[in-house]
Each structure stands twice: as structure tokens, then as C-alpha cells.
Design a binder for this molecule. Sequence first.
Ligand SMILES: Nc1ncnc2c1ncn2[C@@H]1O[C@H](COP(=O)(O)OP(=O)(O)OP(=O)(O)O)[C@@H](O)[C@H]1O
Ligand SMILES: [Mg+2]
Length: 511
Amino acid sequence: MSETPLLSARLLTRNYPGVRALDAVNFDLLPSEVHVLFGENGAGKSTLISILSGALRPSSGHIEMRGEVVNFASVHEARQRGISAVFQEFSLIPQMTVEENLFLGAEHRQGVFLDKRAMRAEAVRLLDELGFALPPNRQADHLTRAEQQMLEIAKAFRSELSVLILDEPTASLTAHETKRLFALIRQLTAKGVGIIYITHRMGEIRQIGDRISVLRDGRHVKTLSLDAADDATLVRLMSGRDVGAVFPRIKHPRARKSANAIDDAVLRLDRLSTEGGAVKDVSLHVNRGEIVGMAGLVGSGKSAAMRAAFGIVPVAAGRVFYGGAEITGQMPKQAIRRGFLYLPADRKHDGLVMMRAARESISLAALDVPPFCRGGIFINRRDEKRQVAALAEQLNLSPNQPERAVEHFSGGNQQKLMLARSLTRDFDLIVFDEPTVGVDVGARVAIYRFIAALAESGVTVVIVSSDLPEILHLSSRAYVFCRGRITAEIPRARLSEEAMLKHFFDKEQAA
Ligand SMILES: Nc1ncnc2c1ncn2[C@@H]1O[C@H](COP(=O)(O)OP(=O)(O)OP(=O)(O)O)[C@@H](O)[C@H]1O
Ligand SMILES: [Mg+2]
């Protein structure tokens, strides 16, 4: 190719204790292209873009920008050259507002004073252009994960760009915001900007990508044009093997009439509303042996309803019943004792203890049951280790080192660590909140099979998901949420993406 690349990696290598995260990787980004980086969890994608964006130094190798060798000492330096990245892990300051985060390190000033008016105007303009409905004065830790994601993306857009790097930007966005983002990406490429785009979603790759580079175990496997590659080829390049059908066949129990179904409910919400109003007057039931899907846009209340049932979100009105007994307002710990587990979408904030060994995060939900504990006081270390090792194996944890700190695992492998928790004791009801966010195709298959096996062994399952195919293929019944309320209950026989989407928006939003 005669065109000079915007940005190139030349034999980039990065070592960590015990792991070579990148191994002599070459990579070129051309002007105006969307170059997808594809690979299993732990393949080295985030490591590569961290180096390209100045966040991380290589152990060896170098970067070239328009054919000229460059050394970035920091993210700031890379940004000055027009390279901006949105990382998998967010860099927002929780106590600061949307606009303060937006202009962090690039504040508008009038003399020595911050020019607050100019910043507010600029923030409003930028958010408006992006189509992100974020209040500029809201504190970052009061935003949902999707809103935080939008804010991170907005930060990248605030300066002149020649290279934009996005690490799984749509992992917690819904169809609507994703569409906006793709439109913006097209505007940028039309102006010559090059985009590096990391995603595990095959559908997205086709929609937005021009070329694709596959990484495996830290090595560059192949770069090819997306026209020339079918999905099966990509998955084979990524994993080095064939992966079968993504969704398992599930034997669902026969649908019962809903009148007596309520008597058999494992979980029942009766006119539930939460403090803050995320959930308004919601009634639903989940029967024994069912897999019930909860669909809806980000912020529609599907997740909040389940969090309230589990005891993480305060209940303002209404009641929660579990196995016939009322549990309204109980602590999560009590729910877990009763056999009810909720696995959160936000692994960093709710789910995992980042600095501690992965082993501890896995066994956290199980520490008061055998074999992890004997007599309720002592943790049996040897049994714990053996169990955890078996679980890590089952979920294909990479690297398979349970003693490694959680924060040192790649994003998708952190997700697996959280799932491993549901395996550590017998639960009657497990709520999976966005179970496959950031997970590679191979692991996704493993997670779906795992959920199917749980259901077939008699565990009742709830899947909260923004991924419609996921709900469609796994659920025996689904509820759709919109603005805190249930807008539809759809039985298996009528379940389709269209049927669910129809209830995603109320009249006001559709207008
Ligand atoms: N700070 C760190 N300390 C030790 N090992 C690390 C660190 N960061 C990453 N690694 C290791 O480097 C390898 C590559 O990780 P990386 O985050 O680049 O993967 P990835 O392709 O982005 O995966 P994912 O799809 O799960 O996000 C993994 O084996 C990971 O455990
Ligand atoms: Mg990553």
C-alpha cells in the first residue's frame, strides 16, 4: 500500500511478570479507515492501544506517526499529537461533575480564573452534537455506567483528532446511542481521521469496520479486509479453533397459565417503586425453572428493579416476595443466604475487589458455606483453592492464575471471575445483569451453555440484558421496561426482537 499510515506499531513487545502481553506486534492505521482489533480476552488488545495512546511504555519496539518515530511519555503528549483513546476502564473523577470531567486538564481560562460560562457553553454544545443526554452539572459518580461511557467518549471528542481509539465503547450502550456513535465515527473518517476500534460483537465489526487485525496470545495473527473475511474465518483466526453455535438449545418448561403461575413464583415484585424513581409501580413474577429476560434501554429500570429485589437499591413502596416469604428491604447478604444471587453488570464497582487475588473474589459469595468454611468460622484454604482452580478451568480463565490480583486480568477475564461466583454454592435464583459485556465469542458460548445447564438443573434464572438476541435465544418469557415501568410481558411463543423493540419507547420518546 502506498498510502503513509497515520500510526504504526513496529515490533511492539510488552512484558508483565509471568506474561508476555504483546509479542513483537506490527500494526498500521491508515487515514480514514476504521481498523478493528479482534481477539480473545487477554489477547493483548488493550495493551496495544495503551501503548499507542501513551498510557503505557513498551518493553521493546516503537511507534511511528506518519512515518516518523515518536515516543509518548504520557496520554497528554499523545493527545497533543491528535491521538485520543477511550479506555475499557474509565478515568473519570467521581466527585467531579460532567463538565469538570470533560475539561479536566484542558480547562478554559480567563486570566487566572476558570471561564465557567465558556466551559458550560462548550459542554452543552459538545454533548448536543454527540446526542448524549447528560446534565453538565451532574456528579460523575451519580451517572449510570452507560452515561459514564458517554462522558468518556465525549472527552475524546473535545480536542482536534487525527486518531481515535475506542476500546469496547458500546459494551454498555444501547442501540440508540450506538447508532449515534457510529454516525460520529463516519463523520470523523470522512475528515481523514483514523479509528482503532475494539469490540467482541461480530455485528458491529461488519457495520463499522474497514479492516480487521486479529491478535492471539499477544501475537499479531493476520490483518485482512472485512470484505474478504466471513465470521467463521474470523473466529477461527481468533481462537485457533472452530466455535460451534453461539446459542445453546434450551429445554424450557411448558408455559403455564399465569394465574396459578404466580403461586409458584420464586420471585415476585408487587407494585414496587424505588427511591429516586428508577422503578415505578412494577409488578412481575419469576416462576421456578424459568429463564426470564428483562429487556429495555439503559436506564429503563430493568436493572434497578432486580437490584431493589436483591437489596442494593432502597425500596420506596411496594413489596418483594421470595419463595413465598416477604423480603422487602433485606440486605444482599440475607438474600444470598436464602439462595438468591444477583451478579452485577458493573464488575468494578459492585462485583470484584480489584486489588485482591482473583481467588478471593470468586469465593466471596460462598465463604459461609462448606467446603469453603468449616463450622462457620475458619476458611478452609485448601478446599477453597481446589474449588477455585476447578472453576477457573471450567471458565477458561486466562492466564489461569487465581492468585493474581483481579485488576491485572483483562476486562473479559474479570467478567469470568464474577460469573465463577455463581458456581460456588447452590442458588435457587440467579440474576445475571449483562452477563456477556466485554466477553469474547468463545467465552460467550461458554457462559450461555453454563446458564442453560443451570436452568436445566432446576435453577431459576433472570437475564437482564441490553442485547436482544441474548434475551431472545435464552428466555422462556420476557418483560420489557421503559422509563421505570413494565411496558410489556411477552410469552415465549411471541418472543421476537421486533416484539420487544416495539415496547422500548413510549409515545413521548418515539416522537
Ligand atoms: N497491569 C498488568 N499486570 C500484569 N498483567 C497484565 C496487566 N495488564 C494486562 N496484563 C496481562 O496482559 C495480557 C493481555 O491483556 P489485555 O488487557 O491487553 O487483553 P485484551 O485483549 O484487552 O482482553 P479483553 O478482551 O478481555 O479486554 C493478559 O494476559 C493480562 O492478564
Ligand atoms: Mg481489553
